[in-house]
Design a protein around this ligand. Structure first.
Ligand SMILES: [Ca+2]
Length: 429
């Protein structure tokens, strides 16, 4: 965790930010303040151009605290991609994963899992999927393969679970057995429930990310409405959190709040809004992308016990145009987003590019956009964004994955959904 250096405090004073709040948070047990590392050094890259990818009018009058925290320049040289459709006819696909043999496994929001062949043939629905509440933004959400899938055939799914007096995001594991072009889930076990249950149809998250130490992260939402969303700041509530779990859904002993009487031991980080994108970077660290309010989508690198601000601190405003809470964009004890978008892109998904087909994308993040109809490519240097590039695909993108072949696969939203494959444009052809 970052300690505040005296010279940084002086810098902060010079910038006339709130010193009392900072002093309070400089106590040994305090969460990192917004003043982090080399935050005041403007990042730059040789590949950067001089104009941002985003040129539309912002929705808010807020200014970023940090250089390049929004509207980073585009690369001087644009990526040239070919786009092919590898599968079509999916019904509101939500998530896609590659199976070890190169086929794909896909969730559909209404509650179906299908295996898609390498030839694009969409398989029959897998039987025995848990019942989902698919109203609004709910339904069958993410799917992830157990790290030992080749042997244990275990899959993990997150979904909005119908419950007494409402619904909530639930994580289940099951064994996938295949027959014909379909199959079934066996030994379905709910291993974690986001609580409390709430009667709504928005902001369920969610993504599942396994880590090399045999644990997993589960991201969720805060249920959107004004009444539940304040619980994103409440450590006794499961709303608006990133959880870290073991593969049976229990809190690992080294989680930040294990042993605390007032906080849920499964919590990794808090103050999140609706996290629908999550991935590990090349160092195995978690990154998330979340839907903000109007003008406040965020890229974060969630660290243990850190408060990401929502709904007290945000760069966005209500869709009505009102400010959110006190309308503050920074506060001691909360982490600034690494990057934010105003206007929003509505980020559905996040992947880390570690393939070799696109050398220029090596180590970059790829985010799928629902409002921005395509992919957003972020190049980072030392955890700061140096360029933002847009690849328009003409469709709402629900998930993005890097294939075993190094190609980029984007899953489109809505009826007659497609899986698109992006490869570098053949300059000779
Ligand atoms: Ca935030």
């Amino acid at each position: 965790m970052t300690r505040i250096h005296p010279t940084l405090l002086a810098t902060v004073a010079a910038l006339s930010l709130s010193l009392p709040a900072l002093a309070q948070n400089a106590a040994p047990e305090a969460r990192p303040s917004r003043v982090e590392g080399e935050a005041f050094t403007a990042p730059s890259a040789e590949s950067a151009g001089s104009v941002p990818a985003e040129t539309a009018e912002p929705n808010t009058g807020y200014k970023p605290l940090l250089p390049n925290q929004t509207r980073a320049p585009k690369p001087a040289e644009a990526a040239r991609v070919d786009v092919a459709t590898v599968a079509k006819g999916l019904a509101s696909a939500w998530a896609m994963e590659f199976l070890p043999d190169g086929r794909m496994i896909v969730t559909e929001k209404a509650g179906k899992i299908r295996i898609v062949g390498k030839d694009g043939k969409i398989g029959a629905p897998v039987a025995n999927v848990p019942k989902v509440d698919s109203r609004g933004q709910g339904g069958l959400l993410d799917i992830a393969l157990s790290p030992g899938f080749r042997n244990d055939r275990t899959v993990y799914v997150s979904y909005s679970e119908p419950r007494e007096k409402g619904n909530g995001t639930t994580l289940a594991k099951a064994v996938l057995t295949e027959s014909g072009d379909g199959g079934k889930l066996e030994n379905v076990k709910v291993i974690f429930r986001q609580m409390p249950t709430y009667d709504g149809d928005k902001h369920f998250g969610s993504r599942i990310v396994f880590t090399p130490d045999g644990k997993l992260f589960l991201t969720v939402g805060e249920r959107s409405d004004k009444q539940p969303r304040v619980q994103a700041q409440d450590l006794s509530s499961g709303l608006g959190k990133v959880f870290r779990l073991d593969t049976d859904g229990n809190a690992p002993k080294d989680n930040p709040y294990v042993g605390s009487e007032k906080a849920l031991p499964e919590i990794w980080s808090y103050g999140h809004r609706n996290v629908q994108g999550a991935t590990l970077d090349g160092q195995g660290r978690l990154w998330t992308i979340e839907h903000g309010p109007r003008g406040g989508d965020e890229l974060n690198r969630p660290r243990p016990g850190v408060n990401y601000g929502w709904p007290t601190v945000t760069y966005g405003i209500e869709y009505s145009g009102e400010k959110i809470g006190e309308g503050i964009t920074q506060a001691g004890g909360t982490a600034q987003p690494v990057y934010y978008w105003d206007p929003v892109i509505a980020p559905s998904s996040l992947a880390y590019y570690d393939g070799s087909l696109f050398p220029a994308f090596k180590g970059n993040f790829l985010a799928g956009g629902l409002i921005y109809p395509g992919l957003v490519v972020l190049k980072l240097d030392g955890d700061k964004v140096v360029t933002e590039e847009r690849i328009e695909l003409g469709d709402r993108i629900r998930d993005v994955k890097v294939g075993p072949d190094g190609a980029i696969y984007a899953v489109t939203d809505g009826p007659d959904g497609k899986i698109l494959k992006l490869t570098p444009k053949n300059r000779e052809g």
